[in-house]
Write a protein that binds this ligand. Structure first.
Ligand code: SF4
Ligand code: SF4
Length: 383
């Protein structure tokens, strides 16, 4: 099966060739800042992409250069030529996969795990709902419930940062919100898409769309930035009739609070809020900047910022499977970020960022605490 990017090769090459080599993009790229390796910079990756789209061979180091990009999208904001650098890097991966020259073995291993177990973290499918207390599980009708709203957790919330599944579930229950959950949840396909295996990703998207149709879903609520980016941005790009309303859990809780369905009490703490790229700048259809901050303020939290403009918030260092390719890069990116944080606690709306921050904290032996945003909301609700 051929991919539609082949049709755009001339357009992509024209865009790459509009680069004026100003190197502004290199100043914002975290993978470049911690490695000082041009092959791991936006500008360097564009040069690799030019080779890929001109059908010239690339070296193993250049292939690794493409696969150490977190697709965070920071470079896209800086380019005065308005080159969509991260999109071009992604398209290069798709072309390489089409030609059987990518992804790397680590991606293939994880993709085999996704096919076998429906998640990217090697979780046992039978343990997917281990976070759900028996008292709730006993009453759950799962997909059989007569609701058109699905709360979708994704692999990170289900297996790795399980409080980002439990707290959203409990908050919606406490607010009397009508929703259902799946007993056997599929993978959203974002990992496969980011690795460049577009054909397989599109197959997964289609299967998920058919599942949602079959169980009558009109609204999808997600907890993970990757799922949000996939469902609300990527699915719509390839399936024009995908008309399910997709919302991040924070957007839903924000509305509940505004409509007095929940009341938040002050916790009186100082935290730093981190804008996950796939909840903010990469989530072009509905970026969430003000809603999480307003909710955290209603919880009585004083917020410290990582950047003046939330759209320019630095990368957590973990996107697009970089940890499997070169974990030292994300450990260094995380350390740099932590060094700029005054508060002990860092809060974000993406479980992958929470997971990576905990890994970075452990590897660097620092004393930071990373939390998913609903932890505070649940604590504030119970006070
Ligand atoms: S900012 Fe844009 S024009 Fe400047 S080097 Fe980067 S890609 Fe090229
Ligand atoms: S998307 Fe992020 S990691 Fe990739 S080149 Fe741009 S700034 Fe660097």
């Amino acid at each position: 099966m051929k991919n539609d990017i082949e049709m755009d090769v001339n357009k992509i090459l024209t865009e790459i060739n509009s680069c004026i080599d100003c190197k502004d993009c290199m100043e914002v790229c975290d993978t470049y800042k911690v490695t000082l390796d041009e092959l791991k910079s936006p500008n360097g990756r564009l040069k690799i992409a030019e080779k890929v789209f001109s059908n010239n061979p690339i070296t193993e180091e250049e292939r690794k250069g493409l696969y150490t990009c977190t697709l965070c999208g920071l470079c896209d904001l800086t380019c005065q030529q308005e080159i969509q650098i991260s999109e071009i890097i992604h398209s290069s991966k798709v072309k390489l996969v089409d030609e059987n020259k990518a992804p790397l073995e680590i991606h293939n291993k994880i993709i085999r795990g996704i096919i076998e177990k429906d998640n990217s973290v090697g979780g046992n499918p039978e343990d997917r709902l281990n976070w759900l207390p028996e008292s709730y599980k006993a009453k759950e009708l799962f997909e059989k419930k007569d609701s058109d709203t699905l709360l979708f957790f994704g692999c990170m919330s289900s297996f790795r940062v399980t409080e980002s599944a439990l707290a959203p579930y409990k908050i919606l229950k406490l607010a009397g919100y009508d929703f259902k959950i799946l007993e056997e949840e599929p993978c959203c396909g974002e990992y496969v898409y980011s690795a460049g295996n577009l054909n397989l990703a599109k197959k997964m998207f289609q299967e998920n769309i058919e599942l949602f149709k079959k169980i009558g879903i009109k609204n999808l609520i997600v907890t993970c930035g990757g799922c949000l980016y996939a469902f609300d941005n990527v699915y719509r790009k390839y399936f024009k009739d995908f008309n399910i309303k997709v919302r991040h859990i924070i957007d839903v809780i924000y509305e509940l609070e505004k409509n007095n369905k929940i009341t938040l009490n002050p916790l009186n703490k100082i935290i730093t809020y981190h804008d996950a790229c796939r909840v903010g700048r990469k989530n072009k259809s509905s970026p969430l900047y003000s809603e999480p901050r307003q909710l955290l303020k209603k919880c009585g939290l004083e917020i410290k910022e990582l950047s003046e403009n939330p759209e320019e918030c630095p990368c957590c260092g973990a996107g697009s499977g970089i940890r499997g390719v070169d974990s030292s890069i994300c450990i260094k990116i995380g350390k740099e970020l932590f060094n700029n944080i005054e508060s002990k606690e860092i809060v974000t709306s993406c479980p992958l960022c929470v997971f990576n921050f905990r890994y970075v904290n452990f590897k660097n032996q620092m004393d930071k605490e990373s939390k998913y945003i609903t932890d505070y909301i649940l604590e504030s609700l119970r006070k």
